[in-house]
Design a protein around this ligand. Structure first.
Ligand code: GRF
Length: 205
C-alpha cells in the first residue's frame, strides 16, 4: 500500500479529485495518510476531513524554511510517508521547499502546475499565457526538483485558448484537465509504471 501525504495551501480541488479517484477505486493500492496545510484557514483541510482523511494545519508564518521543512518531514514520516516508500503531492502548496527536503523526496514528490511547462513557470501561469497571446495552454504534472516548476514531466494536457478568454475562464478550462491528469499521474506512480532517466519520464506498459 502506497501512503501519500498531500501538501496544500488553499481551495483543495485537486486534492478532492485525487481523494475521489481513490474512493472510487480508480487509484488502487494507495491511501492518503495525511493532508498538511501551511495556511490554517485553507479550505483543503475541510475537503480532507470530508473524505475522512487526517488534516493538519502547520502554520508556516514566520518560521525559517529549513526549520519548517524539518517539521514537515517529521509529520510526514510519522504518518508513514517517508522518502523511502511514500509519495508527497503538492496540490496548490504556495511555499517553496528547501533543497534538503526536495532532495530527500526526489522521485517521490509531484506537483501540478497550470501551464504547459517549461512555458510560464511561477505565479499566475494562466494570466501569463493570456498576456503572451498563446493559442494553446494546459497543465503539467511533474516530479519536484530544487528549481521551481522544473522537474521531469510526467503528464501534460493541453486546452485551447479562446479569443475572449480572461484569466478566470482559462483557469477554469485548465482546472477541469488538472482534475484528470493529477489522479492519472498518481495512479501510474502507485502502479510502479513511471521510470525516470534524467529529465525523461517513461510510462511503462
Ligand atoms: C491549481 O491551479 C494548481 O495547478 C496550482 O494551484 C492551484 C491549486 O488549486 N498549483 P486547488 O487548491 O487544487 O483547487
Amino acid at each position: 500500500m502506497l501512503l501519500i501525504g498531500v501538501l496544500v495551501s488553499g481551495r483543495g480541488s485537486n486534492l478532492n479529485a485525487i481523494l475521489r479517484a481513490i474512493d472510487r477505486g480508480a487509484i488502487r493500492r494507495a491511501r492518503v495518510a495525511v493532508v498538511i496545510s501551511n495556511d490554517p484557514t485553507a479550505n483543503a483541510l475541510s475537503v480532507a476531513r470530508r473524505h475522512g482523511v487526517e488534516a493538519l494545519a502547520l502554520d508556516s508564518k514566520g518560521i525559517p524554511r529549513e526549520e519548517y521543512d524539518a517539521k514537515l518531514a517529521e509529520v510526514l514520516r510519522s504518518h508513514g510517508v517517508g522518502p523511502e516508500s511514500g509519495l508527497v503531492l503538492l496540490a496548490g502548496f504556495m511555499r517553496i521547499l528547501s533543497k534538503k527536503f526536495v532532495e530527500a523526496y526526489q522521485g517521490r514528490m509531484m506537483n501540478i502546475h497550470p501551464s504547459l511547462l517549461p512555458a510560464f513557470p511561477g505565479l499566475r501561469a494562466q494570466q501569463q499565457a493570456i498576456s503572451h497571446g498563446v493559442k494553446v495552454a494546459g497543465c503539467t504534472v511533474h516530479f519536484v526538483a530544487p528549481e521551481v516548476d522544473a522537474g521531469p514531466i510526467i503528464v501534460q494536457k493541453s486546452v485551447p485558448v479562446k479569443e475572449d478568454d480572461d484569466e478566470e475562464s482559462l483557469s477554469a478550462r485548465i482546472l477541469r484537465q488538472e482534475h484528470k491528469v493529477y489522479p492519472l499521474a498518481v495512479k501510474l506512480f502507485a502502479e510502479g509504471r513511471l521510470r525516470v532517466e534524467g529529465r525523461k519520464v517513461t510510462i511503462v506498459g
